[in-house]
Design a protein around this ligand. Structure first.
Ligand code: HEM
Length: 484
């Protein structure tokens, strides 16, 4: 009997071993004729690859372990094979290699996982499509500071000051992240679609967006009860709401009511494809969803983390507050509002925001796909494989940021990091076009917050989750208190 159980155990172990190695062997055999070997690494289990350790590390509050384990096992080369989000993939996490991938549009294109592809339906996978899309995005006057300040500063200030007043008048604690999403959503809706969008539409879209975001890095299973299924339903709802906005805007322009306030949606309605044909409504709605997704959730999360980090580090908060008080002291009495010059004087605040982006890693990886075999540092990235440019690992590498876990805005004093060491907004031709807008929104909010308010968290020790985006599990339940 004992011998029988010994055999059962041995057979089970052997089966597990073979299954565990099967994925790696499969790709080794398949790619044996390539000129260069695959980078070191581990392809995980058949079908699911390394999803389990990834989810385990990210949901248990140790997101750096995932890469640190690769470094420990396979050396510090910064290029590793893996299998993640349904695809054989190469993780890159050394600045030079990250930059090589992000700036090479000939050999790489965007390569998002199925969930992102279906939920965001990006229209700019190929180089030609991307050029057209980027031309469209460039019609948004958000790429230079002067245009941003002239067109949107006043509006952003109004949204921010109203929001802070409202939050501080609430009797009950609020979920700060949700409230910050409302702020960035209102700003972005105004920029994309104008100020005439009804309050109820904004509320409805906001809820659907939260559900859509939950599905971004979920298991791609479209069946009732699964997060991805719920996210797809939310997307449908969003598309319906946005279609009604498109219809209304088209009617306005048909009736000559467009007026002076031409917005991004008007440019979209006029946009043509490469054959000179106007874009259909499906395209327009997809682009609006992609823009809203790219712009509001990221900025809101960055805003919440900046407030949170400041609140957790009172000496840093004091220094940032002092800078704002100095700016106010220097202001002439006839000037009632913030201006661009004052924003430019917020040097320390800008460092606080950069440090937040480094520590919070809101977009922890960007996704590319190799469109030919590419040789990097003597390893092959095979045609069709995904490349994960793991910015989080660069930002948390003590080689580039000593004591990386410490929140220390002063590390940016006279900082001259080499290319590829700071990638919160990506790099290359897909560098985030909203980076200045995001920083402007955050700066305006913090200006008023630091001067007049403080935050009191309800659960200061609340655990943090890293998926789908870094946040306290309670969405930062807190009271916003007016102090002046
Ligand atoms: C703190 C806030 C933000 C962060 C951390 C962030 C991060 C990023 C990153 C990392 C990328 C590169 C993606 C890639 O290479 O595949 C990107 C692209 C993009 N972002 Fe942002 N973003 C932020 C705010 C915004 C805002 C406010 C907008 C509004 C216009 C925006 C619009 C976009 C668009 C349209 C792209 C795609 C660009 C392209 O493919 O050419 N983002 N963002």
């Amino acid at each position: 009997m004992e011998l029988y159980w010994a055999w059962v155990c041995a057979a089970t172990l052997a089966t597990c071993y073979v299954l565990r190695r099967l994925n790696g062997w499969y790709y080794d055999v398949k790619l044996r004729k390539k000129q260069y070997p695959l980078p070191p690494g581990d392809m995980g289990w058949p079908l699911i690859g390394n999803l389990i350790p990834f989810y385990k590390d990210f949901s248990s509050g140790r997101p750096n372990s995932f890469i640190n384990n690769l470094l420990l096992k396979y050396g510090e080369g910064g290029i590793y094979k893996t299998h993640l989000f349904g695809n054989p993939s190469i993780i890159v996490c050394e600045p030079e290699i990250c930059m090589r991938v992000l700036t090479d549009d000939v050999n790489f294109r965007v390569g998002y996982p199925t969930t992102i592809k279906e939920l965001i339906r990006l229209k700019h996978i190929s180089r030609a499509e991307h050029k057209q899309y980027r031309r469209l995005v460039n019609t948004l006057p958000i790429l230079d500071h002067q245009a941003l300040a002239t067109l949107y500063l006043e509006r952003i200030e109004n949204i921010v000051t109203n929001s802070l007043e409202e939050l501080s008048s609430m009797k009950h604690p609020v979920e700060l992240l949700k409230e910050m999403k409302k702020v960035t959503f209102k700003v972005f809706i105004h920029i994309l679609m104008g100020s005439s969008i009804h309050h109820m539409i904004i509320e409805n879209m906001d809820t659907s967006f939260a559900e859509l975001t939950n599905g971004i890095l979920s298991a791609p299973i479209n069946a009732p009860g699964f997060v991805f299924h719920k996210a797809l339903k939310a997307r449908k709802k969003l598309a319906k709401i946005l279609q009604s906005v498109v219809d209304e805007r088209r009617l306005r322009s048909k009736n000559g009511q467009e007026g002076k306030d031409k917005v991004f949606l008007d440019n979209l309605l006029e946009a043509k494809d490469e054959n000179g044909r106007k874009r259909d409504d499906e395209y327009i709605v997809d682009v609006l969803i992609a823009q809203l997704f790219a712009g509001h959730e990221t900025s809101a999360t960055a805003l919440m983390w900046t407030i949170l980090y400041l609140t957790q580090h009172p000496h840093i908060l004091e220094k940032a507050k002092k800078e704002q008080e100095e700016i106010m002291k220097a202001r002439v009495s006839s000037q009632g509002r913030l201006n661009l010059q004052e924003i430019k004087q917020m040097v320390y605040l800008s460092q606080v925001i950069d440090e937040t982006l480094r520590c919070a890693n809101i977009v922890f990886t960007t996704f590319r796909e190799a469109i030919s075999d590419v040789n990097i540092n003597g390893y092959v990235i095979p045609n069709g494989w995904r490349v994960l440019v793991w910015a989080r690992a660069v930002h948390m590498n003590p080689k580039y940021y000593p004591n990386p876990e410490e929140f220390n805005p002063s590390r940016w004093d006279d900082y001259h990091g080499k290319a590829g060491t700071f990638l919160p907004f990506g790099a290359g031709s897909r560098l985030c076009p909203g980076k200045d807008l995001a920083k402007l929104e955050i700066s305006v909010f913090l200006h008023y917050f630091l001067l007049n308010y403080k935050l009191e968290r309800i659960n200061a020790e609340c655990p943090i989750t890293f998926l789908p985006i870094l946040k306290p599990v309670d969405n930062c339940l807190a009271k916003v208190i007016k102090v002046s």
